[in-house]
Design a protein around this ligand. Structure first.
Ligand code: SAH
Length: 294
């Protein structure tokens, strides 16, 4: 049988099944056996129970995951891949396939259902995710997947850089802080465009996201806190004084006093504040009852 994990096997499989890679769904298939097995090993190092794969494509990574885990749930949006994917995965009876948009999927409900479990198991997500929806997928995993133990995610190198950025630079921002609020992120490896077919225009990076059981900072109103982060980074050229006065609709003298009370110089720009600074900012204004009613 044709193996999707080599360039010749993948092309043959595509030819036989009349498949052309679709750009809009980020179809760049991994064709490097070494990288595939490394990714699967990273996933099983944490957990050799249940795995959810987002975007199995033609199943090169799914096969590796199936060998190393108890059960794999793989979800892909592209129905036209179904016959080829079922053929590739036919030797593995521990793989369940679902064809729908991951953004419209209740991952934990499906996982429990397909493996006929009594409650949601702990699990790892593993994915060479479509680059155009990396950020919404990460937010979904962090906000809607309480039993997720870890996620091994391949993404565009620049996005990984934004997730792991330190305060002060241009990469640091809303994505950095939202991920830091919910989880810990670790760099695993870079992957060159030559490991994919077709070759993408960008470099890729694999990272691991580990949701925190307790949050790193305590905020009194989580929604308020996330809204403040969004607001601040829409205005990243402004000073914290202007951002706080605008956001909390108060006069500048009051905003300046509150900022100084919590040791944030009013002239600072948002990209110099860390997660702890933003948390004390949100909490301090809330304590004075100065918050946006949402
Ligand atoms: N994991 C495979 C394929 C990666 S390409 C490999 O490494 O070779 C990205 C895959 O994500 C494609 O199969 C594409 O169809 C799928 N995809 C794109 N958008 C999706 C979405 N919204 N929900 C689920 N899968 C999606």
């Amino acid at each position: 049988m044709k193996k999707p994990s080599t360039i010749s096997g993948l092309r043959e499989l595509m030819r036989q099944n009349n498949i052309r890679p679709k750009k809009r769904w980020g179809q760049n298939f991994l064709v490097d056996g070494n990288i595939l097995s490394k990714i699967a090993k990273y996933a099983s190092a944490d957990h050799n129970g249940y795995i959810v794969e987002i975007g199995p494509g033609l199943g090169a990574l799914t096969e590796e995951l199936a060998i190393q885990h108890k059960g794999v749930l793989a979800i892909d949006i592209d129905y036209s891949l179904e016959p080829a994917l079922r053929q590739v995965l036919s030797p593995y009876d521990n793989v369940h396939l679902i064809f729908q948009d991951i953004m419209a999927t209740d991952i934990e409900e499906e996982l429990t259902k397909v493996f006929q479990l009594k409650s949601v198991p702990n699990y790892t997500v593993c994915a060479n995710i479509p680059y155009n929806i990396t950020t919404p997928i990460i937010f979904k995993l962090l906000e809607q997947c309480p039993n997720l133990k870890s996620a091994i995610l391949m993404m565009q190198k620049e996005v990984a850089g934004r997730i792991m950025a330190a305060p002060g630079g241009k990469d640091y921002g809303l994505l950095t802080l939202t991920v830091a609020y919910h989880a810990q992120a670790k760099f695993l490896m870079n992957v060159s465009p030559s490991c994919f077919y077709p070759r993408p225009e960008v470099e890729s990076t694999v990272i691991k996201i580990i949701p925190s059981s307790g949050k790193r900072v305590k905020v009194n109103q989580e929604k308020e806190f996330i809204m403040l982060l969004k607001f601040a980074f829409q205005k990243r050229r402004k000073t914290m004084l202007n951002i706080a006065a605008d956001y909390f609709s108060c006069d500048k003298t009051l905003a300046k006093n509150i900022l100084e009370e919590i040791n944030i110089s009013p002239a600072r720009r948002p990209e110099t504040l860390d997660l702890e600074d933003f948390a004390s900012l949100a909490n301090a204004f809330l304590e004075k009852n100065l918050y946006k009613k949402i």
